[in-house]
Design a protein around this ligand. Structure first.
Ligand SMILES: Cc1ncc(COP(=O)(O)O)c(C=O)c1O
Length: 400
């Protein structure tokens, strides 16, 4: 059993406690609550012999410092006991590419969900194919039947649940079981839930990815990614990151650590406010349907309820058909919702979207224009008042 800094057996802790205590050891930094931000390249060794034998806890800035170690250990604890290693990367997309590169080799075939974050597709189509890896996109709702799409050289299946624009829920346990039965690995982008609301490694995922840019950072001021590995993938992840020379600047790591300490509290608020605004939107005459897995009307609600303990502030709506200019008028009239792509910060956002041009395995025809919302930490009443004025602008533009 692990021990704490006073050599007492470590007690199992709940996630709300883990985000506060994980990776923190004030005794080793003079009692200060937070670890110092080590701006570091060279590490000096006590003697030539020590240098030659690499006898030092930290060997080189790129290979890790007490600051990076604190964030890695905190995320590792949050991912649960199956997590054997965490790597930090300079963005969420870098975490996605690092995870894929950690396990594929030339001649492999990979199965990628058609609902994947757009740049994930671009990495697969433009870089992995160049390395001799073949790609098949699959229907995110395929479930256990993913096994039927697998080829003798299928190395991995890649999940993102829910999809971060279209919100299809995937049966993670059934799909990882099907992959493992055929000797393949399962990778998952878990940015939406974070390990607070869903722990992928407990459901059979071998490499879990987070864009720390979103909720871990939480303040729209940092780019960060994490990859969490189980025992099957830890060594190859560690080697791939080490031999590629990827590392994250110390101030960004610190911002990640700082954000992590309030993650549970912020996320609970995003969850509650997001649901409140989604329920309000669901009653609006302009709205065709909500794409929010925590609403009973969502086709993936049963899976969400079975597997997840919460929902973040990100969801989409499909509006009843109106000219695209009316959608733009709606968005332009909003004052509290910024128009911007990233999410997970304290502020609310709204963007228009259409998955149709990028889909290759499924058809995206939801029946009207899509708008994705990120519900921030503002008062729900103010957000609803803002949306009301947006709908007034939408109606005026639709009449024009
Ligand atoms: C689901 C998802 N994964 C990964 C990323 C990439 O993260 P980053 O912007 O840090 O590269 C994003 C960014 O929007 C995302 O929405």
């Amino acid at each position: 059993m692990k021990e704490d800094s006073k050599n007492r057996p470590a007690k199992p802790r709940r996630p709300h406690t883990q985000v506060v205590t994980g990776g923190r050891d004030p005794a080793s930094y003079h009692g200060f609550v937070n670890p110092p931000v080590y701006h570091a390249s060279t590490v000096l060794y006590p003697s030539a012999e020590d240098y030659v034998a690499h006898r030092a806890q930290y060997q080189y800035g790129r290979r890790g410092t007490p600051t990076t170690e604190a964030l890695e250990l905190a995320v590792q604890e949050l991912e649960g006991p199956q997590c054997a290693h965490v790597a930090l990367l300079p963005s969420g997309l870098a975490a996605i590419s690092a995870a894929l590169l950690a396990v594929v080799q030339s001649g492999d075939h990979v199965l990628i969900t058609d609902s994947a974050y757009g740049p994930t597709r671009s990495f697969c189509d433009r870089i992995l194919t160049r390395l001799g890896v073949s790609i098949t996109y699959y229907d995110p709702l395929v479930g256990h039947a993913i096994g039927e799409l697998m080829q003798p050289n299928t190395r991995l299946i890649y999940l993102e649940s829910p999809g971060s624009l279209s919100f299809e829920m995937q049966d993670v346990a059934a799909m990882t079981a099907a992959a493992h039965a055929r000797g393949a690995l399962a990778l998952m982008d878990n940015t939406w839930a974070t390990p607070l609301y869903f722990r992928p490694l407990e459901h059979g995922v071998d490499l879990a990815i987070q864009a720390g840019t979103k909720y871990i950072g939480g303040h729209s001021d940092v780019m960060l990614g994490t990859v969490s590995a189980n025992n099957a993938t830890a060594a190859s992840l560690r080697d791939t990151v080490r031999y590629s020379g990827w590392c994250v600047g110390p101030d960004d790591v610190y911002l990640g650590l700082r954000g992590l300490r309030t993650l549970a509290t912020r996320l609970d608020r995003h969850f509650q406010s997001g649901l409140a605004v989604a329920r309000w939107l669901e009653q609006r005459p302009e709205v065709l349907r909500l794409l929010h897995p925590a609403l009973p009307s969502h086709p993936g609600h049963a899976l969400w309820k079975r597997d997840f303990t919460g929902a973040c502030g990100l969801f989409s709506v499909v509006l009843k058909p109106v000219p695209q200019q009316a959608v733009y008028a709606f968005l332009d009239a909003l004052e509290l919702f910024g128009i911007g792509a990233s999410w997970g910060g304290y502020e609310s956002l709204a963007i228009p979207f259409d998955c149709a041009p990028v889909r290759t395995a499924t058809r995206w025809a939801p029946g009207g224009p899509g708008v994705r919302f990120h519900i921030g930490l503002e008062a729900v009443e103010d957000l609803i008042a803002d949306l009301e004025q947006g709908f007034a602008a939408l109606a005026a533009a639709a009449r024009a």
